[in-house]
Design a protein around this ligand. Structure first.
Ligand SMILES: NC(=O)CCC(=O)C(=O)O
Length: 276
């Protein structure tokens, strides 16, 4: 049975935007409180933002953890306590002497469903504005990451991954109805592209898209744009935090681009599915 045929038409998605600091214990206790609050309001899938360390490469090795490790153990407990799917933002992961930017996803029994390692590293140079070279510190992941909930199939990316239309297209081909991107755009690219990219991914793929950012902290050396987006969707409207899978199915039927693709003329294919 695939995700499309077994949907419960609506569910509540919660996106947590919190002020993230370098105080790990404080971040984790805020997460615990906010996920409980989201569950109390009917949240069945909860999306957390990237940790601040995503933005501070020098902190990456300092805060890196194994998975499972302290943070993911706590996220697993929180998912289990609240009986929901938890998309655990992203944390610095150390594995085999390499560092990754990794999003761990947990199910309602606290089980680790997957870990998505950021595939596209944020290496940009906008003169006078922002230069960032994640590849000097991090290694890229090599796998696509999707998971099933009782509501829909979900595709996972982290931050810069959202710029790559091909990834979202492949998730669409794999049956995803919701794409989630924990992220922390900056004050240069955020205003210009953060929302536009979400709309583009949603429109091209006729999927829901959700993003979670740390709250803006003007005192930080990397100021995140913030603007976690509850959901942008589809062709005609921006919706609230309740994805309506029936609406999505209707739009896909009304404007049936997935069956109208010219697979005889072009293709987007995954070349390999490595580990990590
Ligand atoms: N850390 C990131 O991936 C930031 C991505 C970003 O800001 C962008 O403009 O893309």
């Amino acid at each position: 049975m695939n995700a499309v045929t077994r949907v419960m038409s609506k569910f509540r998605l919660a996106v947590v935007q919190l002020q993230v600091s370098s105080d790990k214990a404080n971040n984790l206790s805020k997460v615990r409180r906010l996920v409980k609050e989201a569950a109390g309001q009917g949240g069945k899938v909860v999306l957390l933002p990237v940790r601040r360390s995503e933005c501070f490469l020098s902190f990456f090795s300092k805060y890196a953890e194994k998975i499972p490790g302290e943070t993911t153990q706590m996220l697993s407990e929180v998912a289990k306590e609240n009986k929901l799917h938890l998309v655990g933002g992203s944390i610095p992961e150390e594995d085999g002497g390499k560092l990754y930017n990794t999003c761990a996803v947990f199910g309602p029994e606290g089980e680790l469903i997957l870990k998505h390692r950021k595939i596209h590293l944020f290496d940009i140079d906008v003169p006078g504005k922002i230069r960032f070279q994640e590849s000097e510190t991090l290694s890229p992941g090599n796998s696509l990451s999707t998971f099933d909930t009782p509501f829909c199939r979900v595709g996972v990316g982290i931050c810069y991954d959202m710029r790559f239309a091909e990834l979202a297209q492949l998730y669409n081909r794999k049956g995803c109805q919701l794409l989630v991107y924990p992220g922390a755009f900056n004050m240069t690219t955020g205003p210009a592209h953060w929302e536009l990219l979400q709309r583009a991914r949603a429109l091209d793929n006729q999927t829901y898209v959700a993003t979670a950012s740390p709250a803006r902290d003007e005192a930080a050396s990397y100021v995140a744009w913030g603007h976690s987006t509850v959901l942008y969707v589809l062709t005609l409207h921006v919706c609230g935090p309740t994805p309506d899978l029936q609406y999505l199915a209707d739009v896909r039927q009304q404007i049936p681009i997935s069956s109208q693709r010219r697979d005889d003329l072009y293709a987007v294919t995954a070349v390999q599915q490595g580990s990590g």
